[in-house]
Design a protein around this ligand. Sequence first.
Ligand code: HEC
Ligand code: HEC
Length: 409
Amino acid sequence: MSRTLAGFFGLLVLSVLFLVFHHVHAADDIHGGWSEDDIRNMRGLRLSVAGIAGKNRSNELLQRDDAIELGRRLFHDPGMSGSGQVACSTCHRPENGYQDTEFMTFKLDPEARHRAPGLLGVALQDWFFWDGRADSLWSQALAVIENPSEHASSRLQAVRHLCARYSESFPALLKDCSRVDLPGAPVHASPLAAEENWRRLSAAQRESIDKLFVILGKSIAAFEAGLLPGASRFDLYVDAIAAGDSTAAAILSEKEVAGLKLFLDARVGCINCHNGPMFSNSGFFAVATDTPGQPEHDRRRGIEILLNSEFNCLKWGAPENCPKLLYIKKDEAETAGAYKVPSLRNLRHAPAFMHDGRFKNLEAVIEHYRNPATLPLRHVDIRPAALFPHQREQLLSFLNVLGTEDASK
Ligand code: HEC
Ligand code: HEC
């Protein structure tokens, strides 16, 4: 008797649960099974390149055609490097989303720790480099030229090359070149790379060199601002879903949609950091990718370098343009072991992942999030993401949707 009663109540509870679930589900089932919340979240991830001008306010050359053309030529010009053999495009390969495909940085300098990220959509970022040690795209380029693992040059050499090769073709931009005719001066001079030579130049010469050096950086940045990702299948899918268009189902496979659902799921967590049109919240977080016992090139160190940089927004610009630098988050506990949240667009052709290229494929990245190598006393911002093997495959197939067929866009 009591078993029958228990069975009856059991059935009753199940029916009520079914009705409640069905009701909630039916309410959600507006656009192909997505709720309004999901659609809002997906729209936030849809590609948009609005906002580039606002983020690059300190670059008055951003939209000048001559600067864009000069920047394009400089980007491909090995003549600016110390060896005369390395151009920006040596590491940032245009045919592949401007990513490094051959670990060039590590080949050129075995001590280098970071891999070269892709540059599509780079002008939409707030901070540059994995540790964010540059606060503008143009000052980023200047740091490369004087970095021994990259161009290994100095500002005097770069400016000399700029003037010798380009001042005739770009007279309006490079009129100050007439002031840096320096017969007898050494090849290299810079407060960073060749300090003694730099001090021997007159104050007026140093000022002219710095001004031209900044024009060089701003021209390269003007060119880079035009490097934009193309719409991926994900973007087309969001448009179709938002429009209630029945073709959506043909754009992503069921497996890819399942991966997208996991990506949006707050319990899995990806969306907490990888959000916005570039799948990055522009922040710095610790995801257990530091190497204990080794000098860190993390956000904590990035801030130190940035605040001392002579080309940061406060030192070379108007303070009203620098709110992000004025209110920079310096808390050491939070910045230790933290790296910039990278974009997830166009990862397909990357040779490796994370700032130091520690993972050779996306499977390994997902496995890391499932089971991060956390150590006692180390601050991390992630919790292990509970994912079954089939869910890891779904997530992977979704990440592969975020690229375009033509990898140069
Ligand atoms: C030897 C290889 C190499 C060369 C040459 C090189 N880069 Fe890079 N680039 C890198 C590496 C490695 C990083 C990441 C470094 C870091 O974060 O510490 C990087 C980072 C960047 C970033 C920051 C991207 C981001 O998402 O933060 C930009 C922009 C960039 N490079 C542009 C350039 C430009 C412009 C040039 C030429 C003036 C150039 N690079 C030359 C290897 C290179
Ligand atoms: C707390 C913030 C945070 C969360 C949550 C997070 N990520 Fe990340 N993600 C990062 C940071 C920071 C990096 C760069 C770490 C580094 O370079 O060492 C990164 C790197 C990556 C990369 C490598 C990209 C590249 O160019 O190397 C992929 C892929 C990735 N995350 C996917 C995911 C997925 C999938 C999830 C959810 C399971 C997720 N992330 C959750 C912050 C986060």
